[in-house]
Design a protein around this ligand. Structure first.
Ligand SMILES: [Zn+2]
Ligand SMILES: [Zn+2]
Length: 390
């Protein structure tokens, strides 16, 4: 049986290889099914599908959305995404815009500190690639303000440094809502990067599940065996799907291979079936809700034939979500986390992860476009604030 790998990046985000080359490596590694999960974009999906089709590889359309978690980040993977979903594309375009706004703000802060540097200089140095902090560091070096890129980061650009501007990111609940509104399965990426404590990850997953989280990336290139066991246990106790992937980036992370991670990663193809079932069940629930919503709307229209109708487009997921209560990600103070259901199915292996019940109502989701309304308060401060892996 061929391998699977549910976490791969291409040049459409920060990977070093275009989809065709990632697929060629996948074929060499005997990977038959993979998910392309570029950061905050689905732009690489068409190329990936095309390249994979030529080699007989199955591509699950995916994404990895960065969200704000305390001082750090929390990444949510999305699988079986409707990557053509209009609302999703609008949201992603908006996130991209806020990213581009960041660099001029960093320059402005540097100017306020008395350093003469312009955005034009940085753009000229970056050339065709999009401007990032390393380019700003190089201009600072060229102008003699610092002697190394490290010094530029330590003094000005790193988290907490004098000219640091945090990335504007959605709340975790918003990232989950974006994925689910586009019919995707929302999964917590690489929990080990979020918090070293398995207990805190468990409590975080409980809270995120309330926001619509459906799975956890149990198998990951840098998870130690005991961490994998802990996350598997959390998945079993919280009835979350189990996924796994390498987080392949090409030369950016030279020690990580497609389908094999650092050599010992094994992601069982048996994980696919529960994922597929959950994706199909999610679609079924959405269709049922939309049919009911459509019937109610049709009834409303016939009851008020003179109202001039509605400008709403039928069948948009947000209309459904808009009816949900705004999400309270955190339980009221003093409320103890719910205990695992007694007699919940034992997990004799990762493949035994039970699928989401097909008729379970969707959890309340944040309406789209409401970023920063819910600011997640971490269970306790994250053990480290930034990620070295992006
Ligand atoms: Zn990530
Ligand atoms: Zn990743």
């Amino acid at each position: 049986m061929s391998r699977i790998d549910l976490h791969l990046h291409t040049t459409y985000s920060d990977g070093s290889l275009p989809p065709a080359e990632v697929m060629a490596l996948a074929q060499k590694a005997n990977v038959g099914t993979l998910a392309i999960t570029d950061h905050d974009t689905v732009d690489g999906i068409p190329d990936s599908l095309e390249a994979a089709a030529r080699l007989g590889i199955e591509v699950i359309p995916g994404i990895e959305i960065s969200s704000r978690y305390g001082e750090g980040e929390l990444h949510i993977l999305g699988y079986f995404l409707d990557w053509k979903d209009e609302a999703l594309l609008v949201e992603l375009a908006r996130l991209k815009e806020t990213r581009h706004d960041r660099n001029p703000r960093i320059i402005q802060k540097l100017n306020e500190l008395g350093l003469e540097i312009s955005y034009e200089e940085v753009r000229a140095l970056a050339g065709d690639v999009s401007v990032g902090r390393p380019h700003i560091a190089r201009v600072l070096m060229n102008k003699g303000y610092v002697t190394s890129a490290k010094e530029a980061f330590d003094r000005y650009l790193a988290d907490g440094a004098a000219a640091h501007v945090p990335r504007e990111l959605p709340a975790p609940a918003d990232a989950i809502a974006m994925i689910r509104a586009a019919k995707g399965i929302a999964v917590l990426a690489h929990p080990v990067w979020v918090d070293r404590s398995g207990d805190r990850i468990h409590r975080l997953c409980e809270e995120l599940k309330e926001a619509g989280l459906q799975g956890i990336e149990v198998h990951y290139s840098t998870h130690k065996p005991e961490q994998t066991r802990e996350y598997l246990n959390t998945a079993r106790r919280l009835d979350l799907l189990v996924t796994g992937g390498s987080d392949f980036h090409g030369v950016t992370k030279p020690d990580i291979e497609v389908g094999r991670g650092r050599g010992s990663l094994v992601v069982s193809p048996k994980l696919l079936e529960p994922l597929r079932k959950a994706a199909a069940a999610g679609l079924g629930v959405l269709v049922a809700i939309l049919l009911v919503a459509g019937a109610v709307r049709a009834q409303g229209n016939s009851n008020a034939a003179t109202s001039g109708g509605t400008s709403e487009r039928p069948g948009r997921v947000q209309e459904v979500n808009g009816n949900f209560q705004p999400l309270n990600l955190h339980a009221p103070q003093g409320q103890s986390p719910s205990a695992p259901a007694p007699g919940s199915p034992a997990l004799s292996g990762s493949a035994a992860s039970p699928p989401t019940p097909p008729l379970a109502p969707l959890p309340p989701l944040m309406p789209l476009g409401s970023h920063t309304v819910v600011t997640p308060r971490p269970v306790s401060p994250p053990s480290f604030g930034t990620f070295g892996h992006r």
